[in-house]
Ligand binder design. Structure first.
Ligand SMILES: Nc1ncnc2c1ncn2[C@@H]1O[C@H](COP(=O)(O)OP(=O)(O)OP(=O)(O)O)[C@@H](O)[C@H]1O
Length: 295
């Protein structure tokens, strides 16, 4: 008997998620004998439901929500082995994971992807004992992202992050940073460090242009300098996919990373406030099979 679980965050997608429940159940019902539906009510619910999906050995897990719900679902599945195929319907503001995997933004189109039944193996990141699929960020510019209210997000979309980030730029002082990456060292002062798993960061798909969802490495960007007027070159470079060659940025690749600083810093994990430094991170190569459109 083939079984699927559908996790829905009813508060996501401007509270429209439930409008698509029937369609999603219909599509999954075509090739599964049973479709169980779970509704999240609070933080942590999607982790618990995804872990239940794994324990009850479902064949397919589909999550409907923003990047927060997708992140939680992945946290319930990673490193368990024999994981169900994973699908998701992006209903958030930024939807970096969907952008990286070419999952359409229009919900009916994203639902069609599930019926194509085409999956690819995708890398997942591990930071200490939790998991992420998009990005780690350290520095006040990253912390500014926590300040973005849901109201600003729905009004300005990804631009809300840029607006808050630009405000933080003005007050920014560098912090000391020590990285051990695949056995090598990098030490210096930094204003921001981003560890990207996919090309899309903060809704900007040219951010880590060369990143593939299953390339087995982290794409590490360290902003070392904020000198005027050179700093303005970062913006065109960012939108033209040339950030890694910008002279104010150190660009590294690694599959294993240890990060520490003498300063009291917190890492932002997939857009949410995470743990304090130091941390250790590694790529779990081809960890999940994810439904994507057939090219
Ligand atoms: N029923 C619910 N009502 C309100 N909040 C919920 C509910 N279920 C889950 N949540 C919260 O929503 C968070 C995840 O939101 P998610 O990121 O999926 O959507 P979003 O906020 O619309 O997306 P984005 O962050 O991209 O704008 C969870 O971490 C949890 O705290």
């Amino acid at each position: 008997m083939k079984r699927a679980m559908l996790i829905i965050n009813p508060s996501s997608g401007k509270e429209k998620a439930l409008d698509y429940e029937e369609d999603a159940v219909g599509i999954l019902g075509k090739d599964h004998d049973l479709v169980m539906v779970k509704y999240t009510e609070k933080q942590g619910d999607a982790i618990r439901f995804a872990a239940e999906a794994w324990e009850s050995r479902v064949d397919t897990l589909v999550s409907m929500g923003g990047d927060g719900t997708i992140n939680e679902s992945i946290n319930g599945l990673a490193e368990k082995g024999n994981t169900p195929n994973f699908g998701f319907i992006p209903l958030g503001t930024v939807n970096d994971f969907a952008r990286a995997l070419h999952i359409p933004k229009r919900t009916p189109d994203a639902l069609k992807v599930l019926s194509e039944q085409h999956t690819v193996p995708v890398d997942i990141g591990k930071i200490n004992d939790q998991y992420f699929m998009n990005v780690l960020a350290v520095g006040a510019i990253a912390e500014a992202v926590y300040e973005v209210s849901p109201k600003e997000k729905s009004k300005f979309g990804p631009m809300a992050y840029l607006i808050e980030g630009a405000k933080a730029f003005k007050e920014e002082t560098p912090f000391d940073l020590h990285l051990e990456y695949d056995g090598k060292d990098w030490e210096g002062e930094a204003y921001l460090m981003l560890v990207a798993m996919t090309n899309s960061v903060g809704g900007i798909e040219s951010f880590a242009e060369e990143a593939e969802v299953n390339d087995g490495v982290f794409h590490i960007f360290i902003l070392k300098e904020l000198a005027l007027p050179k700093v303005f070159k970062i913006i065109p470079d960012l939108f033209q996919g040339k950030l890694q060659s910008n002279e104010q940025i150190e660009y590294l690749q690694a599959s294993h990373l240890k990060v520490e600083s003498n300063m009291d810093l917190v890492v932002n994990i997939d857009g949410d406030e995470g743990i304090k430094l130091p941390f250790e991170a590694q790529v779990l190569h081809n960890e999940l099979n994810v439904f994507v459109p057939e090219e």
